[in-house]
Design a protein around this ligand. Structure first.
Ligand code: ZN
Length: 170
């Protein structure tokens, strides 16, 4: 709600504690409404006006409600308004940053979830490979044992033949 424009929105009325002007209409047929001036010469000064006041070149009904503000107030109020507007701008910027950070957080969370799923998948793969490795090792052990056994058997047979030959020669 910037207050640099000459008049505020109608929402200001509810905070004024001023009874609405009954049965007062503008020449255009609209019921007059309470507005607040924010121009340099009349900051914060309320007035009754046509709801279409300042729309295009149109002005219609106009009547001040408050007396003219003193020169001190004329000097102070614009400064306060400028400060207020600056704070509102800062708040808006903060809100934009906050919503951006929230969006980033949501994105990071979803990425984290995807990475967790990938880690679980890889863990499963590693477990499968470990199982396969164990199986192959068993097969390899059996094969090696068989090979050693066969070699031993051949050596024993050869020795027996050699012993038999020696006995025959004698
Ligand atoms: Zn009017």
């Amino acid at each position: 709600m910037k207050k640099s424009s000459p008049s505020s929105s109608n929402s200001w009325n509810s905070r004024n504690n001023v009874a609405p002007m009954e049965d007062v209409y503008c020449q255009c047929g609209s019921k007059v409404v309470l507005k607040t001036s924010w121009i340099k010469n009349n900051p914060g000064r309320r007035f009754w006006a046509c709801p279409n006041y300042e729309k295009g070149e149109y002005y219609g009904y106009f009547e001040w409600l408050d007396d003219e503000v003193c020169s001190r107030a004329k000097h102070v109020i614009p400064g306060l308004l400028a400060k207020l507007n600056k704070r509102e701008d800062e708040m808006t910027q903060m809100k934009i940053k906050e919503s951006k950070l929230e969006a980033d957080l949501v994105m990071a969370s979803s990425r984290l979830e995807i990475m967790k799923q990938e880690v679980n998948h890889l863990k499963n793969e590693v477990n499968k490979l470990k199982k396969k490795n164990t199986k192959y090792r068993c097969v390899l052990n059996v094969f090696a044992f068989g090979l050693v056994f066969m070699l031993c058997l051949i050596v024993v047979i050869l020795l027996l033949y050699m012993v038999q030959d020696l006995l025959c020669i004698e």
